[in-house]
Design a binder for this molecule. Structure first.
Ligand code: FPP
Length: 247
């Protein structure tokens, strides 16, 4: 029996974020080079995007390239940027067919011109789609995002554009403005860390770690993560009894 039938579709996480990790190690385990792992990782991106949209998830955020990833060997960085351009071009038709809106978070201006131009084109072309938002974190790091938000917020405060600073106002300056916080974070490949990903937004998210490498993470693995999530009690600092009274 597929794990899919165990999912309560009425209580799906609205937003799932994923740290896609293990492309390189998976490739090595197959006796191939790292780039081969990234190519196979793109297939997982396609499958998980389609699976999430079909289930009814409203936001899927994928950590595709961190600011720290710029420090990888030049050839790997170039291959990843090329792969991104190719994937965006190839997937545009699927995005339109499935009404998937592409969003991007991160330091988009730091992307190579061709990557940035392709990204902006797909963002624009899919902007009216409404079934699911696929959020790509590109040249993203949470500390960069928070620092950048603080800079712009303090400038607006000094100019008198804002009068008070609170959590809601601060969140508007993050690249995730208008995107709800993820209820579930998934990280593949058996690593247990956040790697500078959505440090503000994950404050109350449930974390799910799996030993599967990203290229091995497909629909059944995704269902398993959601079933696990749905078995948890989310208390947000309250007691179990208080939560049961509310429900
Ligand atoms: C982590 O594996 C993966 C990445 C840094 C890149 C993820 C990119 C893709 C799946 C392809 C392009 C993305 C899209 C959205 C089309 P790793 O290289 O860190 O693996 P390792 O930890 O085993 O070395």
């Amino acid at each position: 029996m597929s794990l899919k039938s165990k999912i309560d579709l009425l209580h799906l996480p609205k937003h799932i974020a994923i740290i896609m990790d293990g492309n390189g190690r998976w490739a090595k385990s197959q006796g191939k080079d790292r780039i081969f792992g990234h190519h196979e990782g793109v297939e997982s991106v396609r499958v998980i995007t389609e699976t999430a949209a079909n289930l009814g998830v409203k936001y899927l955020t994928l950590y595709a390239f961190s600011k720290e990833n710029w420090n990888r060997p030049k050839a790997e960085v170039e291959a990843l940027m090329d792969l991104l351009v190719l994937s965006l071009e190839n997937e545009l038709e699927t995005f339109q067919k499935n009404s998937i809106r592409l969003l991007a978070i991160g330091d988009i201006d730091s992307l190579p011109p061709k990557t940035k131009a392709t990204l902006l084109r797909v963002l624009e072309s899919t902007s009216n789609n409404s079934r699911m938002s696929l959020v790509l974190a590109l040249s993203y790091s949470a500390r960069w995002e928070i620092t950048d938000a603080a800079k712009r917020l303090s400038a607006d405060f000094q100019e008198g554009k804002i009068k008070v600073i609170d959590e809601n106002i601060f969140a508007k300056y993050l690249t995730t403005n208008n995107i709800p916080d993820p209820e579930l974070l998934i990280r593949t490949s058996g690593e247990y860390r956040l790697s500078n990903f959505l440090l503000w937004q994950l404050a109350y998210s449930e974390m799910y770690f799996t030993n599967k490498y990203w290229p091995e993470f497909r629909a059944e693995e995704f269902y398993e993560a959601i079933v696990d999530f749905q078995g948890r009690e989310r208390r947000f600092g309250k007691t179990s009894e208080q939560i049961k009274e509310i429900n």
